[in-house]
Structure formats: C-alpha cells, structure tokens
Design a protein around this ligand. Structure first.
Ligand code: ZN
Length: 483
C-alpha cells in the first residue's frame, strides 16, 4: 500500500532570489548541508533568502557545455511521513511525473535509478535518477534527480538539461553529487542503535505485549542477524533459528534477483510474534484496517518491515513476504502491479509442482484472464474468493499461481531466460497497473507485443514440464557493469 501522501505541486518559481553564493558554495542550515556548485559554468541564481515553502533555491548554468536549470527543494517529513531513505524521496518525483503523464494517457519511469555513495544525509547514501526526454524517436534531453534524506527533510535537486548527456557525463554528474553535497549532522546507525530499536518496538508492538513486558519489567528480544533486526517476544533459541532461516532466504532471493550492497543501508526490521493473535494485533495497530483482512494473511510486508507469527521456519510465507520486502527496500522495484509483486513472491515461495494447475487452465479457452485484464487488477488478494487464499501461504489461489506462472515463464522459457532480469527491472519500475507502460516495457525488452508475449506464455504452459533448474541463480553479467 502506498505510504506517501499525495504531493502538492512544487510552487512555481517566478523570480530569482538575490545570489548569496561565494563562488558557487552554499551552506543550507535547514538541512545541515553544504552544497558546492563551483564546478558548473555560467552559474546564476542562488538560495532563496527567506525560503518558507518547499523551494530552497534555483540556478541556471552549464555542465560540460550542456545548459541546465536546477531546482532545489525540501519536503518536510512531518508531512511526508513515508520516507525511509533517499530512494523514497526520489520516488516522489517519479510518482508526480507518472501522474502527470497518465493524465495525458502516457506513462513514466526513470531510465536510471540508483544509490550514490556519499554523505548525503541521515541515511548516508543519496539517490540518482535520470529521466529521458524524446522528440519523436530522438533522445532530446536528460532530467536528473539527486535526492537525500535528513532527520527533518527529504531534499531534491532536480536538474533539467537542455540536451542529452553522454553516459560518461552522467557518471561525472553522479561523481560530482557524491563529492559536492555534504551533510554534517548525525547519521543513522545501519545496525540500529539500542535506543532506536527500543523506540521502534514501543511504537509498533501490540499494546497487550507492551503492558505484559512492563509488568514483568522485561525487555523485548531484539536480535540482529546479518541482514535483519528481529523484534520478538519469543525465546532466544527459537528466534535464533528463525534468524538463520530468514538470512538464508535473503541470500536465495538475492541469487535470483541480484542487487548490490549499499554502504549505510540498514538492517531490515522483522516483527516476529509468538502468538498469531499478537500478529493480528500488530497489523491492526500499524496498518489500520480490519482484523478480518489481517486474518487473510500469515505474514505481511509493508514499508520497510515484515511482520509474522511463529510457524515453521520453512513455511513459504517467510520467503514470500521477504521477497516483497526486498523488492521494495533493496531492489526498489515496487511497480508493475499486484500480478508482478505477487508473481515474484509466489515464484520464490513455490516449488514447481505448486503452480501445476496453470497447465490445465492455460489449455482451456477462457481459463485464464487475458494479460491486459489480469495485469491491472489492483490486489490479487482482495480479488480472490473469500477464504480461498492466505497471503503468502502455500495453498495459493488461482490468481497467485497465475502470477507466479508468468514469472516462471519469463525466467525459465527459452523466450525469456537471457533477458529475465532486464524484464524484471523494467516491470518493477512501471507504475502499478499502468498498462501502456507495461506494453512498452515488454516490447522494449523482448521486441514483441503484450499479446505475442501472452501467446508464448500459453504455448509454454500447455507443454510445460516440471522445471529442473527451479530458483537457479541469475547468470553472471557478461560485461562487467560499472558502479
Ligand atoms: Zn504477497
């Protein structure tokens, strides 16, 4: 579910403020930030002297001969409560541009979207995103977004170039950002400080458990593994085995959907309750909504967190929900739609035999909804028949199996294997249920229409034999990729 509040358009910037820069160097006390623009030529503009709204400054200039306009703004986290890192701040721009594009029947996704090492803020890494503009079929300009997060604000530098930049210049610009935007305030501990961990526990744990522990003057178990911080009311050894299992799952997911470690990235939180009732309490307290919808699940991933209750460590719910958590917080691929998100999670939580029923439906006329219908369903869970499905459970409903079967097809059919990751990244960046963007991504990656892709899918599934290399690791990239 989206946690970012709708964004008001940034105020139109009508007038230049008095330049107060010294050779392109600025201090921004509000963000505890210094900003060095001295590398740019023809620089004009500056910080607004009495900036009260989101706009902090405006410049024009040129980078290696390419003219640009630069808008600098800050979003107050009291209003934008969904930011957990700089990637979330950059996502606001994608969200807004996507909305504007969709109003005109178009779609939007960043061409490049990646973390930048540096001292960008409270979360040390910044975010670098590039958006391509075309005139006809010609690439005509690049718009670049650099984002960071401080305790009070998410900030954005939106740099609109008049012409496209070469990939060397884009790399140069990223290097400029890493060196020239320097935050001087306190930085989050990637391992979480004890105080911060306790604060999170107290904010999120069900009241009943908090009361009980308080009465007994006991502290919760907070366990740090290689990848996770686990908040639990279970004993150390049970929680420890769970911790080993989720770390192993994390590595399995990463072997199939690779991503790099980003220095400063934090342990992912998991709430792990002894009793299912307390997991349901957690859901109602933290996600709102009814207990009835909570009961459709054995675990849930939302925002940065995974919450669940004590059950066998190899229950598919864990790897299913961890896949959701990793797609959002590590791969940053939250798009595509419910079919895509549930598809990758279901693929990870299944054995090949679990998806077998799709063979039967794929052969039947009208047995499966066409892709163009299925791919815009907002929630497979809520659209599934009552009681027929538990989110992340092993007893998947047809829609979940169908979604998983599309991922299996993309990965394991001859049609898709070489381009599987490219397709996953393209789909994960498309706004959820944005059918024109889904169509465009399929034809960009595979050179076929969505209908042709679907026809291949049906062919594959009619003849499908059990996959032997199930969950096979992603092939190593042929060319060493930079950064
Ligand atoms: Zn799911």
């Amino acid at each position: 579910m989206p946690r970012l509040a709708a964004l008001c358009a940034l105020p139109a910037l009508l007038s230049f403020a008095t330049p107060i820069h010294q050779e392109g160097k600025y201090e921004v006390p509000k963000l505890d930030l210094s900003l060095d623009l001295s590398q740019f030529s023809d620089l004009e503009g500056g910080l607004y002297p009495d900036a009260e709204g989101q706009g902090l400054g405006y410049w024009t200039g040129a980078f290696e001969g390419v003219p640009f306009k630069l808008e600098f703004s800050a979003l107050d986290r009291a209003q934008f409560t969904g930011f957990s890192d700089s990637g979330d701040v950059a996502a606001i721009v994608s969200f807004n541009r996507g909305n504007r594009a969709r109003e005109k029947g178009g779609s939007f996704e960043f061409e490049v979207s990646r973390a930048l090492e540096g001292k960008f803020g409270y979360v040390p890494y910044g975010w670098f995103a590039v958006d391509e503009f075309h005139e006809g079929t010609m690439l005509s300009a690049h718009h670049v977004v650099v984002a960071g997060l401080t305790p009070g604000f998410g900030y954005l530098l939106e740099i609109d170039f008049e012409a496209p930049l070469s990939s060397e210049l884009l790399d140069g610009l990223a290097a400029w950002a890493s060196a020239s935007i320097v935050y001087g305030g306190e930085v989050l501990d990637p391992q979480w400080s004890d105080g911060e961990a306790l604060e999170r526990w107290e904010a999120n744990a069900p009241d009943e458990i908090l009361k009980k522990l308080k009465k007994r003057k006991k502290k919760p178990q907070i366990i740090r593994t290689k990848y996770y911080i686990i908040f639990t009311d279970l004993g150390k050894s049970t929680a420890g085995s769970f911790g080993e299992a989720v770390d192993k799952n994390y590595e399995t997911i990463r072997s199939i959907f690779p991503f790099d470690d980003v220095p400063g990235e934090r342990l992912l939180p998991i709430f792990y309750f002894n009793q299912r009732e307390h997991y349901l309490d957690w859901w109602v307290k933290n996600l709102g909504g009814s207990r009835e919808s909570a009961e459709r699940s054995g675990g849930v991933a939302s925002g940065d967190v995974y919450a669940t209750h004590h059950q066998a460590v190899n229950e598919p719910v864990h790897i299913h929900e961890q896949t959701h958590q990793i797609f959002r917080n590590r791969l940053r691929l939250s798009g595509g739609g419910s079919w895509f998100q549930e598809g990758v999670a279901e693929y990870m939580g299944s054995k090949p035999g679990d998806l077998g029923e799709i063979k039967r439906y794929a052969s039947k006329e009208g047995g499966l909804d066409p892709f163009e219908t299925f791919m815009v369903v907002p929630s497979l869970l809520m659209s599934s028949a009552k009681g027929g499905r538990k989110e992340g459970g092993s007893n998947a409903g047809l829609a979940y199996n169908y979604a998983g079967a599309i991922i299996e097809f993309a990965k394991h059919s001859k049609f898709g294997e070489d381009k599987f990751l490219e397709w996953v990244h393209a789909m994960g960046q498309v706004a959820r249920g944005d059918l024109p963007a889904i169509r465009a991504a399929v034809s960009r990656v595979y050179g076929v229409t969505l209908e042709e892709f679907e026809a291949e899918f049906r062919k594959y599934w009619k003849k499908r034999r059990t996959v032997k290399k199930w969950h096979s690791p992603a092939p190593k990239p042929k060319k060493a990729s930079k950064g």
